[in-house]
Design a protein around this ligand. Structure first.
Ligand code: SF4
Length: 398
């Protein structure tokens, strides 16, 4: 097994997998191809020959990664389901960078995919030329994090525009996007801009690593609306130090933006998520917001923003996320058994009780010494652990 979730905490997954690979897949691929002849007969010899980065449930494994993304392989013939459309629509999916240099305190992907690496413009153009030959539409889907941090993103977008290639961009870090960038994005068929301010309060947003500057954000959001974009905004609740006042402030600000959008015939949709503490991040030792507090905060935002379309992640889904992200192998067993008995909240609770597993841990503050995810060692762990211990000491809930 591999990938972001499994490598960030391999322990629960070791219940179903023989091994979890902690690292970039490109490092493993060549070894995998050379060793595959050992299967199905010699399973242990196969795993032995895969080398470093493989967690097999015993000793800690440091992450292995490609130093130079530009020379790492990238598929130009991509596998697609014949039945289900890919999540961002048809087209050639291209990874322009990996990781994210901002390292917001809650962000799993930026810490686990550290260090931030980029592909050069020349490599990207070659990949796109080849990749487009193998898809049905002249469309490129860029799915990397905070794409306007890429040093030549604007040249890349101009290249696509000049060559009549449509493109789609993912959620953008708003303070990296300039007004002139909106003009570039306008040339694509994308009509919704996804931004994640998370919180409007200055202190709290700066604490997270995403300083919200009202004037600058308003300027960008209003310009985007005037240019005909709809906005999809992400908010986060259940943050340390958050109060009802924080949420009123957020709602008051967004209400004005929603009204402005309405006057222009545009839409603003808002998605609310709870902060789910994730391993290897500075917030890893903090608790998940209790269900009743989360529901009350979502209700408050829904009522105060009745003119916008407000959606939220179900608390139970966030709770399951936290159970897996922060749990040990016993939670793997609980979830596996629950899945074979018709997965539901009630089944998980019953199976956990039968197996003697306490499901309360996501809701409590935790110690770094008891962190099961230490099985995987990430490049920034030492400094992150120090920061997370300091934050834990400062947080009232702990
Ligand atoms: S800017 Fe976005 S992707 Fe980058 S660290 Fe912050 S939340 Fe993560």
């Amino acid at each position: 097994m591999g990938g972001l979730a499994a490598m960030s905490n391999p322990e629960p997954f070791i219940e179903v997998a023989d091994a979890v690979f902690v690292g970039d897949g490109e490092v493993l691929l060549e070894r995998l191809v050379k060793a595959v002849h050992l299967l199905p007969g010699s399973k242990v010899a196969f795993l032995d020959s895969l080398g470093e980065g493989l967690y097999r449930g015993v000793s800690q494994v440091p992450k292995v990664y490609v130093q130079d993304l530009d020379s790492a392989p990238h598929p130009t013939i991509e596998i697609r389901s014949a039945v289900v459309k890919p999540v961002y629509g048809d087209g050639f999916y291209v990874e322009i960078s990996r990781g994210c240099r901002w390292l917001c305190k809650f962000c799993l992907e930026s810490f686990v995919m550290y260090p931030y690496r980029v592909r050069s413009l020349g490599t990207l153009i070659k990949l796109i030329e080849r990749g487009l030959r193998n898809v049905g539409s002249r469309r490129v889907v860029i799915y990397s994090l905070s794409v306007f941090d890429h040093p030549t993103i604007r040249d890349l977008l101009r290249y696509l525009i000049n060559n009549e290639v449509d493109f789609s961009l993912p959620s953008l870090r708003w303070d990296t996007v300039g007004r002139e960038d909106l003009e570039l994005i306008s040339a694509s068929s994308q009509r919704t801009l996804t931004l994640a301010p998370e919180v409007v309060d200055t202190d709290l947003s700066c604490f997270l690593g995403k300083c919200f500057v009202e004037e600058r954000f308003t300027e960008l959001a209003e310009e985007a609306l005037r240019r005909g974009f709809d906005l999809k905004l992400y908010l986060m609740v259940g943050l340390p130090g958050e109060s009802e006042e924080t949420l009123h402030k957020t709602a008051n600000y967004l209400r004005k933006l929603v009204k402005y959008a309405k006057r222009l015939g545009r839409k603003v949709s808002i998605t609310v998520n709870p902060l789910v503490p994730k391993p290897h991040t500075p917030l890893q030792l903090l608790p998940l917001v209790p269900e009743e507090v989360y529901q009350a905060r979502v209700r408050l935002l829904e009522q105060e923003l009745s003119e916008a379309n407000v959606e939220h992640l179900k608390w139970s889904h966030a709770f399951i996320q936290a159970l897996i992200a922060l749990g040990d192998r016993r939670i793997g067993r609980v979830l596996l058994t629950s899945s074979s008995e018709g997965f539901s909240r009630r089944t998980v609770a019953r199976v956990a009780e039968n197996l003697g597993v306490d499901l309360g841990y996501p809701l409590k503050c935790r110690d770094v010494d008891e962190a099961p995810w230490r099985a995987a060692v990430m490049p920034l762990d030492r400094v992150v652990e120090k920061v997370s211990i300091t934050l834990r000491q400062q947080i009232r809930e702990c």
